[in-house]
Design a protein around this ligand. Structure first.
Ligand code: TYD
Ligand code: MG
Length: 450
């Protein structure tokens, strides 16, 4: 008998190699290679349903037949680009326990109310467990089809016989195909099962949602392996301790990426947060030092968040610095700019910077707010009430323009703010505003207001 051949896969990006490598040439990660038996590649390509095998003229291709199903959960529909596209394959990734199953079951609830045939396949939970979860979400006004199964061949048969509109696979890491030797959750299995599901989605015009757990360590193949195979990649994120969750589109063939939907986890399931700014600023301290409001753009929406800082004398040789919700290196850089350009001694200060509410902001527009909040805490003086601060800060202390300034100012206006400190260059694009606009070109000018 011929010896079974093994091949090495990167569990992050799926890069293949005939020998073990320390660093993956594909994604440059270290120690991600795992050994798995090779198997015959399944052929699941070919012509898509309803498409001809010969070339067509672009001008004659009609787009109107790609119908969308509106879920009825506004935040979810928007992230998908206006509803579920027929025959699309959607990956919903996220940490275990963040609420992926809850979100998708809630989607099922809305879909069955519209009399759509939906098949929910769980490889993780028994039918009773799903029922118990469904009961928390309220009464289902329609029939949902459930299947507790991990063998993909059985799953495929059920899908083909039921012919549902939408299928949920919870989760891809539990599905396996017998002919592939490796364990469920391994790169080979995850890739092959997704490939089969892709064939089903495109072949039968069924929309399939795949749940994928993201784990930093362990044997489970990261959903990044599948990102290029699916049409849409959504990440469901949030701080485990916080109740709010963000659904983010990182890839979408049928809509814009970086669109977000905000939800709040309640004991009766997820509730949409239609005004995230209001939610984020809830319980904000008034007239306190070390607290500044800024406005971030997430996808197409402006969201106002509170940045906080606590600056105090250090008792050690090396000051302690932490940054939650903001980039740690950026905070250090901004403190160096303050030290050098404003002549304040930051090196004997401990600094704790935090974006309240558990949001993570990576935009440069946060810079000026971080500088303002550090100065405010350092001087122990509060900024004027109802004041918004945003702008990018350069190494010489200059305040640089940011994108979509008008939108940020409009959001502040909507939230009843009275003033806004922003980059001077951005002033040109803002036509009229009810709130007082203070354009600055250097962080030195910020000192006047603190
Ligand atoms: P779940 O959807 O099982 O997470 P995932 O599928 O991403 O692993 O969500 C699990 C968490 O959500 C669990 O800690 C309980 C909580 N939860 C609520 O707070 N309210 C609810 O109505 C439901 C169904 C779950
Ligand atoms: Mg789950």
């Amino acid at each position: 008998m011929a010896k079974a051949k093994n091949i090495f896969f990167c569990k992050e990006c799926g890069f293949e190699s005939s020998k073990w490598l320390g660093q993956c040439p594909g994604c440059k990660q270290w120690n991600t290679f795992v050994e798995e038996p090779v198997h015959k590649k399944s052929v699941s390509g070919g012509t898509l349903r309803g498409e001809r095998a010969e070339p067509a003229r672009l001008s004659q291709v009609s787009t109107t037949d790609k119908t969308r199903i509106h879920i009825g959960i506004g935040e979810f529909d928007r992230v998908l680009g206006g509803g579920i596209v027929e025959g699309s394959l959607v990956l919903v990734g996220g940490d275990p326990g963040i609420g992926k199953s809850t979100l998708l079951l809630q989607m099922c609830k809305h879909l069955v109310e519209q009399e759509k045939t939906v098949l929910y396949i769980s490889g993780e939970e028994s039918l009773r467990q799903i029922k118990m979860r469904a009961e928390r979400l309220g009464e289902f006004k329609g029939e949902l089809l459930l299947l507790s199964e991990t063998n993909l061949d059985t799953v495929e048969q059920s899908i083909r016989s039921v012919q549902p509109k939408v299928v949920i696979i919870d989760s891809i890491q539990t599905m396996y195909k017998e002919e592939i030797g490796s364990a469920p959750g391994s790169v080979g299995q995850v890739r092959e099962t997704t490939n089969t599901l892709l064939g089903i989605a495109k072949g039968l015009g069924i929309s399939i949602f795949i749940v994928g757990h993201v784990t930093k360590e362990g044997m489970v193949a990261g959903p990044r392996v599948l990102e290029h195979m699916v049409d849409t990649v959504l990440y469901f994120e949030g701080d485990g301790n916080m109740t709010y969750r963000v659904l983010r589109a990182v890839k979408n063939r049928f809509g814009s990426t970086n669109e977000i939907g905000v939800f709040e986890m309640k004991d009766t399931g997820l509730r949409e947060v239609t005004n995230p700014s209001e939610y984020m600023l809830e319980g904000m301290p008034e007239d306190e030092s070390g607290s500044v409001v800024t406005c971030a753009i997430e996808g197409t929406r402006p969201i106002m968040v509170e940045a906080q800082a606590l600056i105090c004398q250090t008792n050690f040789n090396l000051p302690r610095r932490t940054a939650a919700g903001a980039d740690y290196n950026r905070v250090n850089l901004l403190m160096a700019v303050i030290e050098k350009r404003l002549g304040m001694r930051m090196m004997d200060c401990d600094a704790y910077v935090n974006v309240a509410g558990g949001m993570r902001i990576t935009e440069p527009a946060l810079d000026l707010a971080i500088v303002a909040v550090i100065l405010s805490s350092y001087r122990n003086r509060a900024l004027p009430e109802k004041m918004l601060v945003f702008g990018e800060v350069g190494l010489t202390g200059e305040v640089r323009a940011v994108n979509q300034a008008e939108q940020r100012v409009a959001e502040a206006e909507k939230m009843g703010f009275r003033a806004c400190i922003l980059p001077k260059v951005n002033m040109k694009v803002i036509s009229v505003s009810k709130i007082k606009l203070i354009g600055i070109s250097n962080i030195k000018e910020l000192l006047e207001y603190i």
